[in-house]
Design a protein around this ligand. Structure first.
Ligand SMILES: O=P(O)(O)OC[C@H]1O[C@](O)(CO)[C@@H](O)[C@@H]1O
Ligand SMILES: [Fe+2]
Length: 211
């Protein structure tokens, strides 16, 4: 068996890019339709900057196996839709037992986590703090600061992303909102629907998790 070549990439914290990677995608505000609670405020953002970049990901994918690690950098703009802070779409890994790490390089964020059973964890993320996202947690990042949120991430290359799990439950269970005092508050999402025990079991697939 031939061994893979090492790869050196550079992280540009200032631009929020992984330099010398092999992947790059952008999400515009138009791409984020349906994620936010305040439809009127979202329409106003679309009217102003529908095709501007809301967040972008530069990455390096060395292979496709469980034993390959995709690594990259996510850069997310600061801002709010109404009182709700800007966020990534969020997903669970299609292979749910795959974990992920996120290392915050700059900005202030929340790693918003939700277990299949509906438990919620909000992990505050500042520079040089690393969040371990265990297997089976739905995860999304939220920019609660006034600057770009820049995070390095790594996860097994065969993880995949399942976005439907959030859509099917009417969004994530809480929304991270401006508390009007320079901080955030988690508010219940009234549209959220609990997953059935059968759904939860299908997601966990006999795997183990703590929460
Ligand atoms: O894939 P989403 O939920 O739009 O969010 C993007 C973030 O998640 C990732 O897909 C990694 O799991 C990164 O590309 C980035 O940190
Ligand atoms: Fe992920």
């Amino acid at each position: 068996m031939r061994v893979a070549e090492p790869r050196r990439c550079d992280v540009s914290v200032a631009t929020g890019f992984l330099v010398n990677g092999d992947g790059h995608y952008r999400k515009t505000y138009r791409d984020l339709a349906g994620l936010y609670a305040d439809a009127e405020a979202f329409a106003a953002i679309l009217a102003e900057k529908a095709d501007d970049v809301a967040y972008e990901v530069t990455s390096y994918t060395p292979g496709e196996k469980t034993s390959d690690l995709i690594m990259g950098v996510t850069r997310m703009e600061p801002g709010k839709v109404g009182r709700e802070f800007f966020l990534t779409r969020g997903h669970i890994h299609a292979k749910g037992d795959r974990p992920e790490i996120y290392h915050t390089l700059s900005g202030r964020g929340i790693m918003q986590l939700e277990s299949p059973g509906g438990e919620v964890r909000l992990v505050e993320m500042g520079p040089q703090q690393v969040c371990y996202v265990p297997p089976f947690w739905i995860h999304r990042s939220v920019n609660i600061g006034s600057q770009d949120l820049v995070m390095f991430f790594a996860y097994p290359a065969d993880s995949g992303q399942d976005y439907g799990i959030i859509e099917r439950s009417g969004g994530m269970r809480v929304r991270v909102m401006d508390n009007g005092k320079g901080g955030y508050v988690a508010e219940e999402n009234p549209a959220w629907r609990e997953r059935s025990p059968a759904d939860v079991e299908a997601i966990l697939g006999g795997g183990e998790m703590v929460a």
